[in-house]
Every structure is written in structure tokens, then in C-alpha cells.
Design a protein around this ligand. Structure first.
Ligand code: ADP
Ligand code: MG
Length: 284
């Protein structure tokens, strides 16, 4: 669906590039995430891919055509949800959607249809000023689906959302995937990256440091460990041992034999652990 080769970009007047030699591919129907801390260059990359920024270097091919050759018809195929929603607050959701719908020259869905997709059907005729933050966020997503995009760009779709609304977003993206939609997400939320993305790319200081499926990355980089606790209330002790070679670990065996073990469990590696290990940087 997308092939990017050695993409670099410098903002006019900036002393150094913001995007540095990115190369990656996204398959049709895939959910691909850019995971990285604030300022890493995620939004810049998205804005290049949706044609908002030009004078980038490298090659970008979308749906088999170089991005340089796409014209206005590109916007018939893509849906874009920006990080900061800009709705007309005095208008109802329906009026907002009708307004944006009129900007498209291709086929579009009715407000009823996209609002049903995001679970806001009963709020269609309320002014957006009466919407909660989570509802505005879902309205943003509804708007980005008006033109039935086959390629969907979501910039920080769960930013500032409570867990319930974040799950809404997750389910919605999965449901679009079931309809064949390809989605590119930028996020600094490792839970969303882990739960939603088929593959994630770690991006730090404009560089793509690693790309892979969350589970593969955890397997590859995760330290598989067990944590054992013993000693009871008065002298509690706790130690971690590598899972590999555990049966030949004398201290572990000694604890098992001689101490009163109070708990024993394996430690799950999180995507955030892997991110820190691979990039040397925190997501916050
Ligand atoms: P992210 O989305 O990963 O938080 P951005 O792509 O928004 O990161 O920003 C990456 C870097 O580019 C930051 O250092 C930011 O200050 C800079 N930047 C973003 N937008 C502009 C702009 N319009 N002009 C100049 N620099 C910008
Ligand atoms: Mg951003």
C-alpha cells in the first residue's frame, strides 16, 4: 500500500532535518503504528504522507503511484484524522459532517452512516459545543471516514482519552481493518500500539530505529525472567532470574529447596520496556 525509501525532510529555515532517512513499507489491510516520544517526527511524517508538506527527499509510493504524481484525487482515497480536532462548535455534528462532505468530489457516506460507525448516532443533531472530549474525538474519526477511505491516517487518536474511549477507538480501527482498510497511526501510547498495531516502528529524533510486530519485538528484546519472593513478612526477599537456564541456576534452586517461597511468577515484557531498551529513550 505504501513504500517509503530513504525519506528525509527539513522544515524551511530549520538547522537540521526533522525526518532522517526513513524506509518502511505498509501492506494493504495492515494497521501500522509509529511509536515515539513527543517531537520524534511522527506528525511530520504523517503530514508528508498525506501530501501536506513538500520538498521532502527520497521516494514515496502510495497505491502503486509515486506521491509526487498524485494530484487532488489522492484525497478521495485517504482519510485523515488530525491530532487537534477543529469542529465548528456552534453547528451540530450533522451540519459539521455535511459541510466537510461537500468538499469531496467523489462518493461519500451520509452523516448517519459515519456517526453509527463511531457510536454517536443519537447525538447527531446536538451542537458540538455540547460534546465531551471523547465524543469530539469520535466525531473527528467519523469525519475522516466520510469519503470511505481505503487508507486511513490517525494522528494520536487516543491522546487525552480515558481508557473506555480509547477502547472505542481501538474497536473502530479493528472494524475498519475487517473491511479492508489500511491504517497508519502515530502514537506515544504504547498500550494502543501494542493492542492495535500489526507492526510498529520505533521513531526517535526523526529516525526509524526498529520495526516489527509487537509480539516479535517483545520476544526478540524482552528479558524473560521469573521473580521469586521468599522469607515471609519479617524478612521479605525478592529476586529475579533469567527464565533461560533456570534449572541450572544454583541460587534459584537453593531458594526453592531451602526457603519458604511466597510467590513465583514470570515477568511480562511490555512494548515500552522494549522501546527503552532499543532506543535508549523513554516514551514520555
Ligand atoms: P511528533 O509528532 O513525533 O511529536 P512532530 O513531527 O510534531 O513530532 O515534530 C518533530 C519536530 O519538528 C519537533 O522538533 C518540532 O518542533 C518540529 N516541527 C514541527 N512542526 C514544525 C514546523 N511547522 N516548523 C518547524 N519545525 C517544526
Ligand atoms: Mg505529533
Amino acid at each position: 500500500m505504501i513504500r517509503v525509501d530513504n525519506l528525509s525532510f527539513t522544515y524551511p529555515g530549520a538547522p537540521s532535518p526533522t525526518v532522517k532517512g526513513l524506509s518502511f513499507e505498509v501492506s494493504e489491510g495492515e494497521i501500522f503504528g509509529f511509536l515515539g516520544p513527543s517531537g520524534a517526527g511522527k506528525s511530520t511524517t504523517q503530514n508528508i504522507l498525506i501530501g501536506l508538506l513538500d520538498r521532502w527527499q527520497g521516494e514515496i509510493e502510495v497505491m502503486g503511484r509515486s506521491l509526487r504524481d498524485w494530484r487532488r484525487d489522492y484525497y478521495r482515497h485517504i482519510g485523515v484524522s488530525f491530532e487537534l480536532p477543529n469542529h465548528y462548535l456552534k453547528l451540530t455534528a450533522r451540519e459539521n459532517l455535511e459541510y466537510f462532505r461537500a468538499l469531496y468530489d467523489g462518493d461519500t457516506d451520509a452523516p448517519e452512516k459515519v456517526m453509527a460507525l463511531v457510536g454517536l448516532s443519537e447525538h447527531l443533531d446536538k451542537p458540538v459545543s455540547a460534546y465531551s472530549k471523547g465524543m469530539k474525538n469520535r466525531l473527528t474519526l467519523a469525519r475522516s471516514l466520510l469519503n470511505r477511505p481505503s487508507l486511513w491516517f490517525l494522528d494520536e487518536p487516543t491522546s487525552g482519552l480515558d481508557p473506555v474511549n480509547a477502547v472505542h477507538v481501538r474497536d473502530l480501527v479493528k472494524a475498519r481493518q475487517a473491511q479492508g482498510v489500511t491504517t497508519i497511526i502515530t502514537t506515544h501510547d504504547m498500550l494502543i500500539a501494542d493492542a492495535l498495531c500489526d507492526r510498529v516502528g520505533f521513531i526517535v529524533d526523526g529516525e526509524l530505529v526498529e520495526v516489527g510486530a509487537p509480539d516479535d519485538l517483545k520476544r526478540r528484546y524482552g528479558r524473560r525472567e521469573v521473580e521469586i519472593s521468599w522469607g515471609g513478612d519479617h524478612a521479605p526477599r525478592r529476586e529475579r532470574f533469567p527464565l533461560d537456564g533456570l534449572s541450572e541456576q544454583p541460587e534459584f534452586l537453593r531458594i526453592l529447596r531451602e526457603e519458604t517461597v511466597t510467590s513465583l511468577h514470570s515477568q511480562e515484557t511490555t512494548l515500552e520496556d522494549v522501546f527503552v531498551q532499543v532506543t535508549g529513550r523513554s516514551l514520555r
